[in-house]
Design a protein around this ligand. Structure first.
Ligand SMILES: Nc1ncnc2c1ncn2[C@@H]1O[C@H](COP(=O)(O)OP(=O)(O)OP(=O)(O)O)[C@@H](O)[C@H]1O
Length: 571
C-alpha cells in the first residue's frame, strides 16, 4: 500500500513516509514493552518480597512516559505527512488534469473526477494520517508482547506465537476474497454519484420533458445496487472478522490451559500465569481491530488505484526542445483526425496568411469546431500537421501556444466570482485601465453599469446571473484583454436579442481587427467579414473561395445558404 502510495505520489515523499513508519513502529514496540513490564511487576507483587516490585514499577512508569512521548511525536508526524501528501496529491492531480487532452473530459469523466478529487483523494490519503498508526500498532504491539512472553516462558510464548501466522493468513485471505467485492462496490458507488450529479444538473430538462420520475427511478436503482453491494461486502467481511475472533479466543484458551498445566506442574508461578494472561488480553484488542482497519485500508487502496489510473493517462506530449513560432499564419497540411472509429477531419489542407480571416461553414457535425480545437491543440492530429507561424503545434510549448491564441467558444463558462475576476482570466496581470478598456471594447461596460455591484458583482456559478449575450460579452472582453495575435471564434448559434447581438458583433469586430482569425460561422453576416471561406462536410473541404465567388458558383455553399437562410439567420 505504501509502495503504491509513493509510486502514485512520487518518491520525493519516501523519506518523510519512512520516518513516520519507523516512528510508529518504535511507538508500537515501546507500547508492547510497557505492557510486558507487567509480568515482573505482578511477579514481584505476588511473590514473597512485594517491595521488589518498586524498580519494575519505576521502569513501567518510564516506559509509559516514553510511549506517551513517542505516540505524540508519531501521531503528529503522521498528521503532518498526511497533510503534505494530501497537498501533494491535489497538486499532482491538478497539474495532470490541466495537461490531459480536452477530449478526455467526457461528461461521465467529469462526474468521476469530481468524486475522486473530493472523497477519493481524502480517503486514499487518510492511510498515513489515520490508518497507519492503528495498523502498525495492531501488528507490532502483539508481536512485541509475544517476544517478551517467549523470554519469560518459552512454552507460553510459543503457544501465543502460533497465532501470528494464522492471523496473517486470515488477513490475506479476507483481503483477497474481498478485493472483487470492494472493486464492484466502489464502481457502483462512483456510478451512483455520477447519476446523482446528472439528476441534479438535468432538473430543468427533466421537468420540461416531464421525465423526472423516470430518471429518478434510474438513480434509485443505482443507489439500491450500491446498498446491495454494501450488504454483500459486510457479509463477506463477516467470515474474516469471525475467524479473527475465533483465533484470539482460541489463543487465550490455549494459554489459560497451558498456564494452568505448567503452574500445576510447578514449572511456573501463578503470578506469572496471571501476568501472561493479562498480556494476552492486551493483544486481543489490536488483533481484533485488524479486520476493521483492513477494510478501511482496502477502501483507500481502491481509491488510490483510481487515482493511479487517472495519473497514468498520458497527457499530450510536450516538445523536448520547443520551437518558437515566427509570425502567426496558420496551416493545416493533410490533416486527419478521428473520434474513436469515426473520421471527423479527413485529409484537410488549408492555410490562413497572417492577419487574414477564414470562415468555416458547413452543416452540423461537419467538424467545424474540431478544426478550431486542433488548432489550439486540444487534441493531436492522427495524420498530417497543424502549423502556427510555420511550426507544428506539437513542437511549440503549450504555454507559448496558448499565449498566441485567444478563443471565444459558443458556450461561455464563467467562474463563480466577480465580473472583474472573470475578465481578468484573459490576462491576470493586466492593469485596471487595460481591463476597463477591454470591457468597453466588448461593450461590457453597459452591462456593468446596470449591475448593482458594478465590477464587483458576483456572476454566480457558471455565470448564471448574466444572460447568454452578456456572458458572450465577458468572453469577448477576456479575449480582447489577452491580446493574442490569433483568434479562434466559434460563433454563438442561439439567437441573441438585437441589443446583445449588436454588442457582440461590435466586440467581435474589434477582437478580429489586425489578427489572424479562424471563425466557425453560422450567419451570413459573419461570413461576409471573412477574406475566405471553406465549406466543410463530413470532415472534408468540399468548396473554398470568397463568399461572393462561392455564391456565384451555385454549388454546395450556395445551396447551404439557400436552405438555411431564414429571416432570423441571415441579413
Ligand atoms: N468528444 C467527442 N467524442 C466523440 N465524437 C465527437 C466528440 N466531439 C465531436 N464529436 C463528433 O465529431 C463530429 C464533428 O463535431 P464538431 O463539433 O466538430 O462538428 P461541428 O461542425 O462543429 O458541429 P456543430 O455546428 O453542430 O457544432 C460530430 O459528428 C461529433 O459527433
Amino acid at each position: 500500500m505504501i509502495r503504491m502510495l509513493l509510486r502514485v505520489l512520487g518518491h520525493e515523499y519516501a523519506r518523510p513516509v519512512r520516518r513516520t513508519v519507523a516512528l510508529m513502529t518504535a511507538t508500537a514496540v515501546v507500547e508492547g514493552l510497557s505492557y510486558a513490564l507487567l509480568v515482573p511487576v505482578l511477579r514481584a507483587l505476588f511473590g514473597s518480597r512485594p517491595e521488589d516490585a518498586r524498580p519494575w514499577l519505576i521502569a513501567f512508569g518510564a516506559a509509559v512516559a516514553v510511549y506517551a512521548a513517542l505516540r505524540y511525536v508519531s501521531d503528529l508526524s503522521g498528521f503532518r505527512v498526511g497533510t503534505t501528501l494530501l497537498r501533494g496529491m491535489y497538486r499532482r492531480l491538478g497539474d495532470h488534469l490541466a495537461r490531459l487532452p480536452i477530449g478526455w473530459y467526457s461528461a461521465r469523466r467529469v462526474g468521476e473526477v469530481s468524486v475522486l478529487a473530493s472523497e477519493g483523494v481524502l480517503q486514499a490519503m487518510s492511510v498515513i494520517a489515520h490508518l497507519l498508526a492503528p495498523f502498525v500498532s495492531a501488528c507490532v504491539t502483539p508481536l512485541t508482547i509475544v517476544v517478551v512472553m517467549l523470554a519469560f516462558n518459552w512454552q507460553m510464548g510459543l503457544a501465543a506465537l502460533v497465532a501470528a501466522p494464522v492471523v496473517a493468513v486470515i488477513q490475506i485471505w479476507t483481503g483477497r476474497s474481498m478485493a472483487a467485492g470492494d472493486a464492484e462496490r466502489a464502481e457502483l458507488g462512483h456510478e451512483a454519484t455520477g447519476r446523482v450529479i446528472e439528476y441534479l444538473q438535468a432538473q430543468p430538462v427533466l421537468r420540461a420533458g416531464g421525465r423526472s420520475a423516470e430518471r429518478f427511478r434510474l438513480l434509485d436503482d443505482s443507489l439500491r445496487e450500491v446498498q446491495r453491494a454494501n450488504r454483500r461486502t459486510v457479509l463477506s467481511a463477516l467470515s474474516g472478522a469471525v475467524g479473527l475472533t475465533l483465533v484470539v479466543q482460541t489463543m487465550f484458551t490455549v494459554l489459560l490451559v497451558l498456564g494452568a498445566y505448567l503452574a500445576l506442574g510447578g514449572n511456573i508461578g501463578a503470578a506469572e500465569v496471571l501476568a501472561i494472561l493479562v498480556l494476552a488480553a492486551r493483544c486481543a484488542d489490536p488483533l481484533l481491530s485488524l479486520s476493521d482497519i483492513g477494510g478501511k485500508v482496502r477502501g483507500a487502496r481502491s481509491e488510490l488505484a483510481r487515482l493511479d489510473t487517472v495519473l497514468r493517462t498520458a497527457p499530450l506530449p510536450e516538445a523536448r526542445e520547443p520551437i518558437q513560432p515566427v509570425g502567426h499564419d496558420l496551416e493545416f497540411e493533410s490533416v486527419a483526425f478521428r473520434h474513436g472509429d469515426r473520421m471527423v477531419i479527413d485529409d484537410v489542407s488549408l492555410s490562413v496568411p497572417q492577419g487574414q480571416r477564414l470562415a468555416v461553414v458547413g452543416p452540423s457535425g461537419a467538424g467545424k469546431s474540431t478544426l478550431l480545437q486542433l488548432l489550439a491543440r486540444f487534441y493531436d492530429v492522427d495524420a498530417g500537421a497543424v502549423r502556427l507561424g510555420g511550426v507544428d503545434v506539437r513542437a511549440i510549448s503549450t504555454e507559448v501556444l496558448m499565449e498566441q491564441i485567444a478563443i471565444v467558444f459558443q458556450e461561455v463558462y464563467l467562474f463563480d466570482g466577480t465580473i472583474e475576476e472573470n475578465v481578468r482570466l484573459g490576462h491576470p496581470d493586466a492593469g485596471v485601465a487595460e481591463v476597463r478598456a477591454a470591457a468597453t471594447a466588448a461593450r461590457l461596460d453597459e452591462v456593468i453599469e446596470r449591475l448593482p455591484g458594478g465590477w464587483a458583482t458576483n456572476v454566480g456559478e457558471g455565470g448564471a446571473l448574466l444572460s447568454g449575450g452578456e456572458r458572450q460579452r465577458v468572453s469577448i472582453a477576456r479575449a480582447l484583454l489577452k491580446n493574442a495575435p490569433v483568434v479562434l471564434l466559434d460563433e454563438v448559434t442561439s439567437a441573441l436579442d438585437p441589443v446583445n447581438e449588436a454588442a457582440v458583433h461590435e466586440g467581435v469586430e474589434r477582437l478580429m481587427a489586425g489578427r489572424t482569425v479562424v471563425m466557425v460561422a453560422h450567419r451570413m453576416r459573419t461570413v461576409r467579414r471573412a477574406d475566405r471561406v471553406v465549406f466543410l462536410d463530413g470532415g472534408r473541404i468540399v468548396e473554398e473561395g470568397g463568399h461572393d465567388e462561392l455564391l456565384r458558383r451555385g454549388g454546395r455553399y450556395a445551396d447551404f445558404w439557400e436552405i438555411s437562410m431564414t429571416p432570423a439567420a441571415g441579413d
